[in-house]
Design a protein around this ligand. Structure first.
Ligand code: ZN
Length: 153
């Protein structure tokens, strides 16, 4: 299996069987995202402790395989991370998805980088970039206390 096939495999897996789906009981923060161009919707639920560490995170949503895979991979990755770590990972991910060929971060294990890189195939397709980044923008808005829905437009 070459790298491209491996990346496709990861996206298909997470797109078909997304992890961390469903609202959980005691969330204390949530945020919605909407990508009207593709019709993707996500609703994130977070349990933040007093230091904004993510104790739990899940999502509900509907949309294309890329948007669902991205939300699934992101929620897997962010569980247990504190605010500083979350912000660094978001910024590295957005850099990679828009222009860079790699992700360099001490916070990520190799298999986690691999999962994020699998979404990097959208780089040359601006419409798809919006699918891949939707849940990430929603996470930023959840941490920044915005209450309105994020939209990619
Ligand atoms: Zn989409």
């Amino acid at each position: 299996m070459n790298l491209k096939e491996l990346y496709q495999e990861i996206i298909l897996d997470h797109g078909k069987n997304p992890r961390n789906v469903g609202k959980f009981e005691n969330f204390n923060k949530d945020a919605k995202g909407h990508n009207p161009l593709c019709g993707d919707k996500v609703h994130l639920f977070l349990k933040l402790d007093e230091n904004k560490k993510i104790n739990d995170i899940s999502f509900e949503g509907e949309g294309c395989a890329i948007s669902m895979a991205s939300a699934s991979i992101m929620t897997d990755l962010m569980k247990g991370k504190n605010e500083t770590e979350v912000k660094e990972i978001i910024s590295k991910f957005l850099d990679m998805i828009k222009e860079k060929d790699d992700i360099k971060s001490e916070l990520l294990k190799d298999d986690e980088k691999m999962k994020l890189m699998s979404l990097g195939g959208v780089k040359n397709y601006p419409m798809r970039v919006k699918c891949a980044t939707l849940s990430w923008h929603a996470l930023t808005s959840a941490l920044e206390d915005f209450q309105k829905e994020v939209t990619t437009e």
